[in-house]
Design a protein around this ligand. Structure first.
Ligand code: SF4
Length: 350
């Protein structure tokens, strides 16, 4: 199907054959709460013959989003509790989030900031708010890394990105600038010379954390966009969310992690899904997640292993949730489990 226009409404979804007219009322209710957007690249990726397509599941709204579980919350990872000025989240001493924009090219149905992003979200920082955010970074010498997230910072024009990077260039204690984005996958043509030149305008070391959850997202065009970034001197790492019905299978996850490594994107974080409102249909239990992640050990190279993490609700930061493979057994001895589930003493008894 030759899709050329972005999908931004329930009408667009129905017209594109991605929603049934009979579901329109429920989906309009979803749309009133949470933004909808699919780029043409994503729309083309959807397998319409598969009712359980993992791409559609990530981006096409579902009436299940109207069910809010008691444990879910509007700010699941506690950004607000650590926001000293608008647009800044300072949760750990050596790094801050800079949320310059709350718009994305696609809206993920499981988004942890779904109450903040979209046309009805927190918008884009104006010039005064940006300057206040830079002042905060300037006055905190301990900030070594600035992480642009949002929203998706690569929706900004090269001119706006260049302004941000030039402002950061003047802050000597900031050494690393990291971008969290889906753009190389969902709108790969946007990764052009102007954008890459803007990203490099600070002279700082730049990392891009690429958000993708299924190997099918890494199309030839997405791979080429990543290659352009990496060849331009920008390091890339991955971030994925472990999602029921998308990648909650060791084979599927292994394929994704291997694909990242093949395109020089180092697997970094695999997030346990956050307690965002209306997302319980995506969540698996911690034990299920640990079993899936444990099954990656031994199956794929160490290069391909992500760190499975949970953002502790309330803003308490990240915790590693991969099951422990080492257990103290007393007298300075340990039991160590291998990837097949076998137990071994350390140091060995013989
Ligand atoms: S790209 Fe990120 S911020 Fe935007 S909807 Fe998806 S998860 Fe949320």
């Amino acid at each position: 199907m030759n899709v050329v226009k972005p999908i931004k409404s329930v009408d667009d979804l129905v017209m594109a054959g991605l929603a049934a007219p009979v579901d329109r009322a429920a989906l309009e209710e979803v749309a009133a709460r949470y933004a909808i957007a699919l780029t043409p690249v994503v729309t083309r990726l959807i397998d319409r013959a598969d009712p359980d397509d993992p791409i559609a599941r990530q981006f096409v709204p579902d009436a299940a989003e109207l069910t809010v579980a008691p444990e879910e919350r509007a700010d699941p990872i506690g950004d607000h509790a650590h926001s000293p000025v608008e647009g800044i989240v300072h949760r750990y001493p050596d790094r801050v989030l800079l949320k310059a924009v709350h718009v994305c090219p696609v809206y993920c149905r499981f988004c942890f900031r779904r109450e903040m992003v979209g046309p009805q979200g927190l918008g884009t920082l104006d010039a005064a708010a940006m300057e206040a955010a830079f002042d905060y970074i300037r006055s905190h010498q301990e900030i070594w890394e600035v992480i642009l997230t949002g929203g998706d910072p690569l929706v900004l024009s090269p001119r706006r990105l260049r302004e941000i990077m030039e402002a950061l260039a003047g802050i000597a204690h900031v050494k690393i600038v990291r971008f969290h984005t889906r753009v190389p996958v969902v709108d790969p043509e946007k990764i052009d010379v102007a954008l890459m030149s803007a990203l490099k305008a600070s002279g700082k070391t730049v990392y891009i954390a690429l958000h993708a959850n299924h190997a099918r997202e890494l199309t030839a065009e997405a791979r080429a966009a990543c290659a352009r970034l990496i060849d331009a001197g920008i390091a890339m790492i991955s971030q994925s969310v472990l999602l029921k019905g998308v990648n909650d299978d060791p084979e599927v996850l292994a394929e994704l992690m291997k694909a990242f490594v093949e395109i020089r994107v180092k697997p970094y974080y695999l997030h346990h899904p956050d307690l965002a409102p209306g997302t319980s249909h995506f969540r698996l239990t911690i034990e299920e997640g640990q079993r899936i992640v444990a099954a990656l050990r031994g199956r794929i190279s160490g290069l391909c292993q992500p760190t499975y993490i949970l953002d502790i609700p309330g803003g308490h930061g990240k915790a590693v949730v991969s099951g422990s493979t080492v257990r103290a057994t007393g007298d300075g001895c340990y039991s160590v489990s291998d990837y097949r589930g076998g137990e071994h003493s350390y140091p060995p008894a013989d």
